[in-house]
Design a protein around this ligand. Structure first.
Ligand code: DC
Length: 227
């Protein structure tokens, strides 16, 4: 059967990765969480003091990006992100690293390096990739493109619940502010700002259950598969 490339883009905390993972499992495709790759770069940079709360040492970041290795491994059926061979899956999911990722992702040479890696991963198609620029920059010719969104308050509540379940409790207002700040940075940066590709399907899941989202996504996938 023909294999396609599925590009899922959208705002932070709108459930893109849940949708993308479920679709990849259903289709028997590879799944790549590109946000995790930016997070891994941020974690490496934070650890080495290359980014601090108010500065980024771009020269050292350039060297770092050229030398680190990012890959994925499966642990108990779940995809984990590895940085230079170390499983950093839980370490990259904090707000601090998320913010660092949002900042390093505004830098051109970081994006170029990761985009190149992502394009190589899609060489053989049969891949579901989620991120911010997959349908616009990484795979502009992807056969299926979905742009996911949800109201900011709903996304903040989802992130709040997720953080709480991991023992990282913080006030809802702070989480909402973080979501709004990140939306602003993601959509206003000079390099590959987040935007809906002209040929992407808009998918607002504010009022949908996970099952409803998956059903809708499966239908779009089946349509795109036959072309
Ligand atoms: O999806 P996420 O929250 O894990 O992404 C972390 C940050 O990485 C987010 O602020 C935007 C950035 N990102 C990006 O610029 N391009 C991508 N393809 C994926 C993520």
């Amino acid at each position: 059967m023909r294999k396609i490339i599925v590009a899922i883009d959208g705002y932070s905390s709108c459930g893109k990765s849940t949708m993308a993972k479920a679709l990849a499992r259903y289709a028997g495709y590879k799944y790549v969480d590109t946000g995790a790759m930016y997070r891994a770069v941020a974690l490496a940079a934070i650890r080495k003091g290359v980014i601090t709360s108010d500065s980024i040492d771009e020269e050292r970041l350039r060297g770092l990006v050229e030398t680190i290795r990012i890959d994925f491994m499966i642990v108990d059926g779940v995809q984990h992100t590895c940085l230079d061979g170390e499983d950093v899956e839980s370490l990259i999911r904090t707000l601090e690293v998320g913010n660092g990722a949002s900042r390093v992702s505004t830098i051109g040479f970081v994006r170029r390096k990761l985009v190149e890696m992502q394009q190589r991963m899609g060489d053989e198609k049969g891949i579901v990739m989620d991120g911010r620029d997959i349908g616009t920059v990484v795979f502009p010719a992807a056969e299926m493109k979905v742009f996911v969104t949800a109201r900011p308050e709903i996304r903040a509540k989802r992130r709040y619940d997720e953080l709480k379940s991991k023992g990282q409790e913080m006030p809802y207002e702070e989480v909402l502010k973080d979501v709004e700040d990140r939306d602003y940075r993601d959509t206003h940066r000079a390099e590959s700002p987040l935007r809906q590709a002209d040929d992407a399907m808009l998918f607002d899941n504010s009022d949908m259950t996970i099952e409803e989202q998956f059903d809708a996504l499966k239908k779009i996938f089946e349509k795109c598969l036959v072309g």
